[in-house]
Design a protein around this ligand. Structure first.
Ligand SMILES: CC(C)(COP(=O)(O)OP(=O)(O)OC[C@H]1O[C@@H](n2cnc3c(N)ncnc32)[C@H](O)[C@@H]1OP(=O)(O)O)[C@@H](O)C(=O)NCCC(=O)NCCS
Length: 209
């Protein structure tokens, strides 16, 4: 049984989803410390956890952390900071998610309720696979990505790092999406997407980048 403290970083909307999943995993409430850098959360409670501002008292190597930060660049920065302090990223998989035993998840991944991660899938570090997402067989999802609720990645899809897939989007099998690209909510992606561009619509067309 886990006994270490787990620092959850991020008191915003995604923080609530992560805390809820940890609660569903029966992780003891007093084992979770909720933190955020934003002073607007000072004195607030999120679900049943008071928010601590900043990380000055995070010092103990070996403690665990989970990044509940929506912004992927901030997620990477905080990940670097905390791993330098020798804290260890903690993976959270909601008990109602279905994750193939033939998949590979890097440290710090979040898998929400009703998500399905198929066989031979790999998911990069601190990536968010949100509610109801389907990541079908043989997909490769890079570090610090976010696949938003109910999106579907067909078999063999490859996402670079920091890719955002909007809610309800569908990415056809074998498609490749480059680093830092964004796919709009509800899009159907029928072609490979280069790095750092935004595509939206059905079929998805470039709207930025
Ligand atoms: C694609 C997206 C990132 C674009 O945001 P943006 O860069 O701020 O773009 P804008 O809102 O300025 O829209 C630019 C154009 O694209 C269109 N557009 C934006 N999002 C679209 C979408 N999802 N599908 C189709 N068209 C879209 C707008 O209507 C606008 O068209 P116009 O120029 O003809 O008026 C955003 O609209 C989106 O879909 N985000 C996903 C949100 C989401 O899924 N969140 C989940 C959180 S858990």
């Amino acid at each position: 049984m886990l006994t270490e403290l787990i620092h959850v970083i991020g008191a915003g909307g995604h923080g609530k989803v992560v805390l809820d999943a940890m609660s569903a995993l029966n992780i003891a409430a007093n084992q979770i410390v909720l933190r955020d850098l934003a002073t607007k959360y000072d004195g607030q409670k999120i679900l049943s956890w008071p928010v601590k501002i900043g990380y000055p008292d995070i010092k103990n190597a070996g403690q665990l952390f989970h990044l509940a930060i929506g912004d992927s660049k901030a997620r990477e920065q905080v990940c670097l900071l905390l791993t330098k302090l020798e804290l260890i990223p903690f993976t959270v998989i909601h008990p109602k998610a279905v994750v193939s035993k033939f998949s590979r998840l890097e440290q710090g991944v979040f898998i929400a309720a009703n998500a399905v991660v198929g066989p031979m899938v790999s998911v990069g570090k601190s990536t968010i696979i949100n509610h109801g997402v389907v990541v079908d067989h043989d997909c490769v999802v890079g570090d610090f990505c976010h696949v938003a609720p109910t999106a579907t990645l067909g078999g063999g899809v490859q996402l670079g790092k920091h890719v955002f897939i909007g809610a309800g989007a569908n990415v056809l099998p074998q498609i490749t999406i480059g680093d830092f690209s964004v796919i709009g909510a509800g899009a159907v992606v029928t072609q490979n997407i280069p790095a750092a561009t935004t595509f939206a619509g059905v079929p998805a067309r470039k709207i930025r980048g």
